[in-house]
Design a protein around this ligand. Structure first.
Ligand code: SF4
Ligand code: SF4
Length: 77
């Protein structure tokens, strides 16, 4: 199954200090360290709970959202 990484947490490697707080808090072990910075290593496991975004001390993680006002948002899938 192909996973669309647009809808997984985005890590700004320039802001990440490698503290691992997000990895510790992630309930599904979707995150890991890659070359000293956080990365989504198991994107299929991410439930988009936003715990990583909340805990990050440097604001390095963002969860993108797209708001659709159309009654039929199927074109976004
Ligand atoms: S909590 Fe933030 S600074 Fe710490 S490893 Fe995760 S992304 Fe990097
Ligand atoms: S959004 Fe939740 S499940 Fe996904 S990587 Fe962050 S803490 Fe883990």
């Amino acid at each position: 199954m192909k996973t669309d990484l647009r809808w997984k947490p985005q890590v700004d490697r320039a802001r990440c200090n490698g503290c691992s707080d997000c990895i510790t808090v992630c309930p599904t072990e979707a995150l890991g360290l890659v070359r000293g910075r956080a990365a989504v290593v198991r994107p299929q496991a991410c439930t988009y709970c936003s715990a990583c975004e909340d805990v990050c001390p440097t604001g390095a993680i963002a969860l993108p959202y797209q708001v659709c006002f159309s009654p039929d948002c199927s074109e976004l899938e």
